[in-house]
Design a protein around this ligand. Structure first.
Ligand code: PRP
Ligand code: URA
Length: 209
């Protein structure tokens, strides 16, 4: 069974509070999502493997470490997942980025895929799927399914806020996936919104509605 990591770093928790706040406007919301995404990525990359190399400093030869292992791929779920990309890529600029376009049908809450464009070598990459909200889990489950169908084998899911229902659904559908969140909330309401959550992540990021 995949693990769930809730990042309790004080900076992440502090910034998440202002992301939740309904009085936070679009500009600040975007900036905060950027910052929290970078901080979460910093935590997620803590375990990346290293290899020792030699480097010439101006005065001597040093043994020093560089990243080894699989290259990274960042897969935002459109639209709202896009808001997490810049903060992540600031830390790992060589990562490739794939896009999965999904929206949640407002009546059925089922995900509808409308776009997919991925790096050709996803099967060789360590993929991080990003979406601020893990609500019913339908969108994340479908996105991960799409990636696996195309050969991806190493996938992690990074969300700002998750509902227990979504976590359970992803764990059941994809028991190999670890989930990383800044907040694990109470429940879903009857419209499939996370309570207390932050509202509609896409609308708040892009200033729509
Ligand atoms: C939101 C959110 C997730 C999805 C979560 O996207 O960004 O992708 O809902 O809900 P789920 O876990 O129940 O599937 P939305 O469909 O509103 O599209 P948007 O990102 O284009 O606004
Ligand atoms: N999508 C959102 O943007 N917010 C929620 O609370 C649930 C799904």
């Amino acid at each position: 069974m995949g693990k769930v990591y809730v990042f309790d770093h004080p900076l992440i928790q502090h910034k998440l509070t202002y992301i939740r706040d309904k009085n936070t406007g679009t500009k600040a919301f975007r900036e905060l999502v950027d910052e929290v995404s970078a901080l979460m990525m910093f935590e997620i990359t803590r375990e990346l493997p290293l290899e020792e190399v030699e480097v010439e400093t101006p005065v001597a030869t040093a043994k020093s470490n560089v990243l080894a292992g699989k290259k990274l791929g960042i897969i935002p779920i459109l639209r709202a997942g896009l808001g997490m990309v810049d903060g992540i890529v600031d830390l790992v600029p060589a990562a490739k980025i794939g896009h999965v376009g999904l929206y949640r049908d407002p009546e059925t809450l089922m995900p509808v895929e409308y776009y997919i464009k991925l790096p050709s070598d996803i099967h060789e990459r360590e993929l991080i799927v990003t979406d601020p909200m893990l609500a019913t889990g339908g969108s994340a489950i479908e996105a991960i399914h799409s990636l696996k169908k195309r050969g991806a084998t190493h996938i992690r899911l990074m969300c700002l806020i998750a509902a227990p229902e979504g976590v359970e659904a992803v764990q059941e559908a994809h028991p190999d996936i670890d989930i990383y969140v800044a907040g694990l909330d109470e429940k879903l309401n009857e419209k499939g919104y996370i309570i207390p959550g932050l509202g509609d992540a896409g609308d708040r990021l892009f200033g729509t509605k």
